[in-house]
Design a protein around this ligand. Sequence first.
Ligand code: UDP
Length: 328
Amino acid sequence: MLVTGGAGYIGSHTAKALHRAGYAVVVYDNLLAGHREAVRYGPLVEGDLADRGRLGETLRRFEIGAVVHFAALLAVSESVHDPARYYRNNVIGTLTLLEAMAAAQVPHLVFSSTCAVYGEPEETPIVETHPTRPINAYGETKLAIERALPHYERAYGLHAVVLRYFNAAGADPDGDLGEDHDPEIHLIPRAIQAATGGAPLEIFGDDYPTPDGTCLRDYVHVSDLADAHVLALQALAETGRSATVNLGSGHPSSVREVIATVERVTGRPVPAQLAARRPGDPAVLFAASRLAADGLHWRPRHSTLDEIVRTAWAWHAAHPHGFHGGTV
Ligand code: UDP
């Protein structure tokens, strides 16, 4: 099993879940954003998606039968300012991987996609058949691959399960892994940083048409996402059927609810100040995950906001400087 981006946040949690499920895991990562310390469940091949030769050699050397593909750039606002980098990494990089898979006759792929493919939702909860009209380059690059996959399936027999994540959050309940982005852009780790003496949290707009005026998002625990990849691979092995599936808890939470939960869990105030809306933020995003439940038999087990924040807080408290800072 090859896990590209397996040194990253969702990738490392998935490598652990795969290892536990009995798969032999090989991680392929260029370590630009990933952490060597997060690769614990199989060998690391340091390589870039652009390196077609190294990809092909890795697929053959380890006799890879399926690829779980995370390696990608993921910051929405960065994708707006530097789309070329996003297209090069997320589109050209992934197409290079698909070519290497086709050449090595690797038949199964699980692809990390995102609710950003939907753009501004017309209806919530969002079902998989909702129109896909991304409002940023990040979502466009993921959708470009989604749209290529049926063609690659027809021509090269490459079957894929596309997983559209909502807001991945939390940390490994055993405390082995956690979120460590540089810079950190996500709400929950930023709120924890603010609670522990970092810069005050900026609330990006409180005049949205939501009950408390702040954006509603669907936070889903990273270990629940990881489990879904195991189920997707099992479904591919059993049926060989391609599918596109939302992964969310189905429960919308506002920015203010997240702040209140961080305050309760940490026992500390979260200094916060109102800031302008962030361009490209829809007011409300949450998932209907019926397909994942029915098709993959996926049940989120850790995705209450309380458990998400408790595990994120436990990780942060034990690793205030992330993977590289060691433990305290
Ligand atoms: N957000 C915020 N302050 C921050 C970071 C995020 O108010 O410092 C808000 C953001 O506008 C969005 C929600 O929190 O409504 C989740 O943002 P995040 O960046 O965590 O995930 P995204 O929804 O962009 O995938």
